[in-house]
Design a protein around this ligand. Structure first.
Ligand SMILES: Nc1ncnc2c1ncn2[C@@H]1O[C@H](COP(=O)(O)OP(=O)(O)OP(=O)(O)O)[C@@H](O)[C@H]1O
Length: 467
């Protein structure tokens, strides 16, 4: 029983016969090597074998990414940290957990004595994380300025790979690490809303507007065209450079109140993860102040001028007969249309990249054509009254009804007959109860009333015109 558990041992005779076979083979190889190869060739082979063994095997190169570079943080360290968060091995034994007050979620990070090995284009690279006391701390000196909160020690990453791949790692792998980290940070980014009312962005709050392209009730083809246009804009950094244009795009959103202009702005910001700067022209004392505000905004942002026709008295394109009050008002403000246009597409517009300017109005016809031309407002989007498709989107969002309901046909007919019912009005009705049948009953009543009101207004309008 015990002997069955022991591994089989080679016998003495089998060992002797293996030895005899090996020495015979070596002698045969030596004879062939000596007799068949010329002296030069033998020397060459011997030299090649010697240099192969004497050469150090694939020397390694280690790149170090310090958390702090001088007195500032090292962007490469941040990029590596964000990148490695996405590479954390499920078998890791130690992880760091961080969270700042403003963050909603915890960050799970790579900890000391952990190692991540990954392959890039067939090249194996190893990442390690360490911490060290800064020199001036160990010397008993004052800790200096840019110190991390963990008792003064600073982190750093090491990246190790075969030295022969140095160029690929520096020219391809590291740029890819930076790009991947930017994409990851972008996904987690919380969109901010700032009120631009002085030379500096005056504090900001998180934009918690839940509007997305999925929740927007609007014509699906228009929606798709907007998304495609935004995607194209983002992809075209090199194109804008090549044609010598500032990398920015202007959108004009026009339509009646309550058709979703503000919701569309929030949806665009949430889609692009761009911060929003709300520019209230009424609060801008003059052109130079406007330029200062512009300088305070960051790249990858949306500058919004809502209700531009109410914000400032733009010179009316058909205003030969401008009234006395308007003339006085125009004389009083130093802020001018040319200032605004310079801000949108003049030299000042180039002091930032990846900018979107969105202007909204309820009355497109009141705006000066100079403001509307391509290059200033590149895309004009009409936010229309509610359509049947739009109602389906609202019903799915508010009531969780994704297919047919017995009342839909009646409601859709009423929406078509009403002509002028806004998504905001219907959204309001859909929130009135948790009971779907009660809500739809109420909506039918509301639409019937609305239709009667609209018909009466139309009749009055026709009567007045006939008179
Ligand atoms: N197209 C839409 N899709 C989904 N919800 C909408 C839409 N339009 C309006 N709403 C709802 O109505 C509310 C008001 O709409 P919103 O402020 O976006 O309209 P607006 O066109 O900007 O109005 P205003 O011109 O008065 O500023 C939104 O919070 C949203 O709930």
């Amino acid at each position: 029983m015990a002997s069955r558990l022991l591994p089989e041992m080679p016998t003495l005779s089998s060992l002797l016969s293996a030895y005899a076979w090996l020495s015979t083979s070596l002698m045969l190889f030596r004879t062939i090597f000596d007799q068949l190869l010329s002296v030069e060739l033998r020397l060459y082979v011997l030299e090649a074998v010697r240099s192969y063994w004497s050469k150090p095997k694939s020397p390694k190169l280690t790149l170090v990414f310090d958390e702090i570079d001088g007195l500032t943080s090292n962007h490469m360290f941040d990029a590596a940290e964000a990148f490695l968060c996405s590479r954390i091995n499920p078998n890791s034994k130690r992880l760091r957990i961080t969270k700042s007050v403003n963050e909603n979620n915890m960050n799970i990070k790579f900890a000391e004595s952990e190692e991540i090995v990954e392959s890039f284009d067939g090249i194996s690279v190893t990442w390690r994380y360490f911490r060290r006391q800064p020199k001036n701390m160990t010397d008993g000196d004052d800790a200096g300025l840019a110190m991390s909160s963990s008792g003064g020690s600073r982190g750093y990453f090491e990246l190790e790979f075969d030295k022969t791949h140095k160029d690929v790692i520096i020219n391809s792998y590291l740029p890819w690490v930076i790009k991947t980290s930017q994409d990851l940070q972008n996904e987690k980014k919380v969109v901010k809303l700032s009120d631009l009312r002085s030379s500096y962005a005056d504090g900001s709050v998180n934009l918690d507007h839940p509007s997305t392209f999925d929740t927007l009730a609007m014509d699906p083809t228009v929606k798709k065209a907007i998304i495609d246009d935004l995607d194209l804009f983002l992809r075209r950094r090199e194109f804008y450079k090549k044609v010598g244009k500032a990398w920015k795009r202007g959108y004009l959103l026009y339509g009646p109140p309550g058709t979703g202009k503000s919701s569309l702005i929030a949806a665009i910001a949430n889609y692009l993860k761009f911060d929003i700067y709300d520019l209230k022209l009424k609060n801008v004392p003059g052109d130079s102040e406007l330029m200062n505000m512009m300088l305070a905004t960051s790249n990858r942002s949306i500058i919004v001028i809502e209700d531009i026709d109410c914000s400032m008295q733009l010179p009316d394109s058909e205003s030969s007969g401008r009234d006395h009050d308007t003339v006085i008002f125009l004389a009083m403000i130093s802020f001018s249309l040319s200032g605004l246009l310079n801000f949108i597409d003049g030299l000042w517009s180039c002091c930032g990249n990846e900018r979107i300017i969105i202007v909204t109005t309820n009355h497109k016809e009141r705006l000066d054509p100079a403001l509307l031309r391509p290059g200033r407002m590149d895309v004009h989007i009409h936010m229309s009254y509610l359509t049947v498709d739009g109602f389906r989107t609202l019903a799915a969002n508010y009531l969780n009804i994704n297919d047919q309901h017995s009342r839909f046909r009646e409601i859709e007919e009423l929406i078509i007959k009403c002509k002028k019912v806004t998504p905001a009005e219907v959204a309001e009705e859909l929130m009135k109860s948790e009971d779907v049948d009660v809500v739809l009953e109420g909506l039918v009543k509301f639409l019937k009333h609305k239709k009667m009101d609209n018909d009466e207004t139309e009749d009055e309008f026709n009567d007045n015109n006939e008179d």
